[in-house]
Design a protein around this ligand. Structure first.
Ligand code: GAR
Length: 280
């Protein structure tokens, strides 16, 4: 479904790849969404048929050398949206091939459906019986030829098999300056409350590679924001989130352009686009 011409709103129902060609038991979500309620104008959007063609033909994607991205989301999906828009606008040499979520009704999943991005529910749970197992998800990611996995507010621990399947190829964003205020239980507003209560004067997002624990993988990029004397957790969260949208896009752009080098001691660094001998 395309929205009426002249509204400036571009919105499509989720294109449903042939599940038999993707993986025997996995089903992409097919529920029709009232997209107009959640879609905002987009300048560019790949057509649904382009996605279906890329998936059905097993081709590497509709835009040649672009990397194929899987984004994992549990909530509103503003980081997912900023990455998707950067990809559509050419700032990131990547295509979002699939959205993975443990919360099929979340804002991020709605945004994916509205933009023709297949949605896979993971893991299976009481509230999400349509979810897939780790093996099934791995098959889907392989069938979709996913190069990189990006966690963007996905709150479940990633199983070891999945981490191992994407060595140096899985990123997460966390809303504090890791290693401070990270680990199990530190997510969303809990992080910002703890930062304010600690008296820290600075906070900011961290983009890091994912290992088998919460928030302990190697740091790739950070941004710093001030913590103001009268900040509420909501005010601090908004200041940090603004930086998240910039730093995650920059890190993903570097990943897709092969601009990450690993120092001898295992620290990943981003090289500048203009000069490969300079680091960002
Ligand atoms: C972001 O602030 C992200 O850093 C955080 O969840 C939010 C998701 O927002 N992630 C964590 O706390 C992970 N430990 P979004 O859905 O609007 O992108």
């Amino acid at each position: 479904m395309e929205a009426a011409a002249g509204t400036g709103l571009r919105c499509s129902l989720n294109p449903v790849p042939n599940p038999r060609k993707i993986s025997a038991r996995v089903r992409f979500t097919t529920k029709r969404q009232p997209c107009a309620a959640t879609c905002r104008p987009l300048l560019l959007r790949p057509s649904a048929s382009a996605y279906t063609a890329a998936i059905d033909s097993g081709a590497g994607g509709y835009s040649g050398a672009n990397k194929r991205l899987a984004v994992f989301v549990s909530g509103g999906g503003s980081n997912f949206r900023s990455i998707h828009e950067a990809a559509l606008g050419g700032k990131v040499n990547g295509d979002v091939a699939v959205l993975v979520t443990d919360k099929p009704g979340c804002g991020g999943a709605d945004y994916a459906r509205c933009n023709g991005i297949p949605v896979v529910v993971f893991p299976k749970s009481k509230s999400a019986p349509e979810g897939v197992s780790t093996d099934e998800l791995l098959n889907v990611l392989r069938d979709l030829k996913v190069d990189f996995v990006l966690l963007a507010g996905y709150l479940k621990l990633i199983p070891g098999e999945l981490v191992q399947a994407f060595p140096r190829s899985m990123l997460n964003i966390h809303p504090s300056l890791l290693p401070a205020f990270g680990g199990k239980g530190y997510y969303g507003s809990k992080v910002h409350k703890a930062v304010i209560a600690s008296g820290a004067r600075y906070s900011g997002p961290t983009v890091h590679f994912v290992d088998e624990q919460f928030d302990t993988g190697r740091t790739l990029a950070q941004r710093v924001v001030p913590v103001l004397a009268n900040d509420t957790p909501e005010q601090l969260a908004a200041r940090v989130l603004h930086e998240e949208h910039q730093v995650y896009v920059e890190a993903v752009a570097a990943l897709c352009e092969d601009r990450i080098v690993w120092r001898e001691d295992g620290v990943p660094l981003i090289t500048s686009q203009a000069n490969p001998n300079e680091y960002m």
